[in-house]
Design a protein around this ligand. Structure first.
Ligand code: HEC
Ligand code: HEC
Length: 469
């Protein structure tokens, strides 16, 4: 089936308030039927752990990570062609029974592969829990998946969303034939596995390689960790100290030898990664209690890397912001049999200054480059970001937008500049002029999603993609 939507935007039909040279027709192709891939595959396999993670056992530097045990073989199986195939599968709606959903529907690159909803809209019903961010899962916790940690092997786990009738709903018997008939999968499977056969094992393997390649080693935290945090503000440094003292007992992903848990249940080897953080008991969801009664109300401790981008928070998406999360840990903790040793009764009772410092520290864990990195981007979508550079030094930041996004460019002669912002379905949502060298977009008028911005100046034009979370 051909699904090829072209959105032609004819600028000359738009109302121009001043006379200007006619601008040639613009075409935005919003969805491609075939993936747009580089001739040489992107580099997925060349990942190395930064030294400060491998050497974290050095007690003299407290990185907020417990020492030891990072598995430097975490990325050993990744090949560039395998992960390339995984990228296409991850974004391809053809896998889904109704061709309406892909993994990316609920796992969005702009949100570090989480979703900005408390629970996701499944094919037929809302999902039980909050969609999880996928960055760094291959090394922070490579044996425990889902909020209830019911899956211990990523290769097995991946088949669940693939075949779940409320998620991708792929019919594995049909899928081999369906993918085999496309113009691109036979070659992609051959590149990855040596021959064009499409099998469930290969689909799972390729998806695992793609997801495993998602690392965020370029945050301020990482840059500064290599530098003894010399560039941290006083506030960020206070946040780091508070984190190391209060949060790290549970959130020390990456190190695997945490503490001996004083309860004698054989399966408790999983304990370092599962816990209860004093949320009210959830009558709808027993967490790990669904598969082991002794683990009732225990949930996975997700990595906090890129956490500023993945709101809402917790397994049920109950908190909208990091401020709410920190308030919970400070003042709203409900004591229970698990929290006792790790969280003081009622919470840590932070001061306002400490709360702000904690949030400032958590924000240093964001790797912005991850959000626009082409190798993890949608190969069926538009080219990312600035597409043609005829307007000098055009940049939009932050992108994804925060409360505002500022468009900046060179405009030494105060030329008249026009901005057109389109939603992904082609509606003009903004049409503005200025003679300045910057223009501020206010989040107020935007819903979450992808927008296309055309900037027009004299006979020059540039287009750009803007993400709104
Ligand atoms: C309808 C929305 C939806 C779709 C589609 C979807 N997911 Fe998810 N994903 C979720 C939710 C919700 C969770 C948490 C589930 C839970 O804990 O019960 C999750 C969890 C995960 C996890 C576990 C992460 C962790 O840290 O434990 C992985 C990995 C994952 N999904 C990968 C995928 C892949 C690959 C696809 C496509 C084959 C996919 N998902 C499709 C919503 C979705
Ligand atoms: C006793 C162990 C424990 C301690 C201590 C702890 N956490 Fe957590 N944290 C958890 C667990 C378990 C979850 C998941 C809870 C859930 O969803 O039910 C979690 C979830 C989170 C989340 C949301 C993650 C997401 O993906 O939605 C953030 C943010 C967070 N913690 C920050 C902190 C901070 C900051 C501190 C220190 C003030 C802290 N935590 C201390 C166990 C802990």
């Amino acid at each position: 089936m051909k699904r090829f939507f072209i959105l032609a935007v004819v600028f000359s039909t738009l109302a121009f308030t001043i006379s200007r040279p006619t601008i040639s027709n613009f075409i935005f192709t919003t969805v491609n039927d075939v993936p747009d891939l580089p001739d040489t595959p992107y580099d997925y396999s060349g990942i190395t752990f930064p030294d400060h993670l491998l050497n974290a056992q050095d007690d003299t530097i407290d990185l907020g990570y417990e020492g030891g045990g990072i598995d430097s073989l975490s990325f050993a199986d990744i090949t560039d062609n395998g992960a390339t195939l995984g990228r296409v599968l991850f974004y391809d709606k053809k896998l889904s029974s109704l061709e309406t959903m892909s993994c990316a529907t609920c796992h969005n690159q702009a949100m570090s592969f989480a979703e900005n909803k408390a629970v996701s809209d499944g094919l037929t019903a809302p999902t039980l829990r909050n969609s999880m961010h996928l960055n760094d899962i291959a090394w922070t916790n490579k044996e425990h998946f889902f909020w209830d940690m019911s899956e211990s092997d990523l290769r097995t786990m991946i088949r669940l969303p693939l075949t779940d009738e409320n998620e991708i709903g792929a019919d594995m018997d049909d899928i081999a034939q369906k993918l085999g008939e496309t113009s691109y999968y036979p070659q992609l499977f051959t590149n990855a596995f040596g021959d064009p056969a499409v099998t469930e094992d290969r689909i799972a393997e390729a998806l695992v390689q793609f997801i495993s390649s998602m690392t965020t080693f370029n945050s301020k935290f990482d840059q500064e960790a290599a530098n003894n945090f010399a560039g941290f503000t006083t506030q960020e440094q206070l946040g780091l100290d508070l984190f190391a003292a209060n949060c790290n007992t549970c959130h020390s992903q990456g190190g695997h030898n945490f503490f001996d848990f004083p309860i004698d249940i054989p399966t408790l080897e999983i304990f370092p990664f599962i816990f209860n953080n004093g949320l009210p008991e959830d009558p709808e969801d027993a967490g790990a209690g669904t598969w082991e009664p002794g683990f009732s109300n225990l949930f996975k401790i997700p990595t906090l890397r890129n956490i500023d981008l993945t709101a809402p928070y917790m397994h049920d998406g109950r908190f909208e912001s990091l401020e709410e999360v920190v308030n919970h840990y400070s003042d709203e903790v409900i004591d229970n049999e698990w929290t006792g040793e790790f969280i003081p009764s009622g919470g840590f009772a932070f001061t306002d200054t400490e709360k702000e410092a904690m949030v400032a520290f958590l924000e240093t864990l964001t790797d912005e480059s991850f959000l626009t990195e082409p190798r993890w981007s949608d190969p069926f979508g538009l080219e990312t970001n600035i597409e043609n550079f005829s307007i000098a030094n055009l940049i939009i930041r932050p992108n994804p937008m925060r409360d505002v996004a500022v468009i900046e460019y060179d405009n030494p002669n105060q030329e008249l500049v026009t901005f057109h912002v389109f939603s992904a379905d082609g509606k003009l949502v903004l049409n503005e002029n200025t003679r300045s060298d910057r223009y501020t977009l206010d989040k107020g008028i935007f819903q979450a999603g992808t927008y296309f911005i055309a900037v027009l100046m004299d006979d020059k034009k540039s287009t750009a993609k803007l993400m709104v979370q």
